[in-house]
Design a binder for this molecule. Sequence first.
Ligand code: HEC
Ligand code: HEC
Length: 292
Amino acid sequence: MSEAPHGAPIKTPGQLIAAVIAGFGIPVAIIILLAVYVNNSTRTGAGTDIEQSVNARIAPAAQVDVRDANAPRVYKSGEEVFKAVCSACHATGTAGAPKFGDAGAWAPRIGEGYDTLLHNALNGKGGMPARGGTSPDDYSDFEIARAVVYMANGSGGKLAEPAQPASGAAAASSAAAPAAASSNENAQAAAAVAALASVPAAAPAAGAQSADAAQAGKALYEQVCQACHAAGVLGAPKFGDKAAWAPRLKEPMDTVYNYALHGKGAMPPKGGSNASDADVKAAVDYMANAAK
Ligand code: HEC
Ligand code: HEC
């Protein structure tokens, strides 16, 4: 500190650098020396288990499980979510919950369609708490959807396994949490669209060109089209809703087939499946007949 520049103003860049180094470096060196000194004296004076007891004292009161938001999310399987959460009620039928494996109790519910099941699982219904009482941070919509499918399929249902959201989409959706507030509808739609992504794998069953076109139409509807048309997701005309279908069915049937085959607005071509044209037409007939 003897170089304090009162009497000798700094004149060259070299002097400036030297002054800066001295100004910072000397105090830092002193601090380091002091720290080493204090540390040493503590150790020598304190015996061996002081370190342990200090560690115990400075241990965090609660362990917080920090999740890396950027890490690729590992989704729980439907079975895992079921065992961890849903089984509390659905294993034994607590509070009137439809029991896992009880096809009789599930059949009418599965008949409401996957969307309704998912909607009720996410938002609650009667004694069923929203998301089984968990938060979206615990289990994503996708994981709840998997649990729904796991339960329904373990109880006589044949729902398609929901497709895993693309990791980019997952990141985007967690980043866009505020937007998600108004997203019941969106979540439903997303789930429907996600369900669709898994359709092609399941399509051969529907596409099994059965002799009976009507049967193929119904099968395809149940496997694919109902993802949107059962509950009216994305503005799809609802199955059996005469008012919604009447204006559409005023058009020639070929036009209506064409929409179903090639898409229209939010309606994906063939409902996103790879079913045969004949089966898609049969599904249109099946829906149209139900709305007459
Ligand atoms: C606290 C008890 C409880 C827990 C935990 C619970 N449920 Fe339920 N659940 C119920 C009850 C009760 C019903 C029947 C509600 C009714 O029909 O009024 C039900 C019904 C349902 C239905 C059928 C809804 C319909 O459309 O009829 C689904 C699907 C469902 N639960 C999914 C889940 C999933 C998925 C979980 C776990 C993430 C879960 N439940 C956890 C009590 C529970
Ligand atoms: C991802 C959701 C979704 C799926 C899956 C879906 N649809 Fe649609 N569908 C829609 C929507 C949305 C509309 C309304 C489109 C519009 O009018 O803009 C629609 C409209 C229709 C229409 C009426 C077209 C018209 O205006 O005349 C027919 C027919 C139809 N869908 C058939 C099908 C068939 C058959 C399947 C299954 C193979 C299917 N849809 C699967 C969303 C879907």
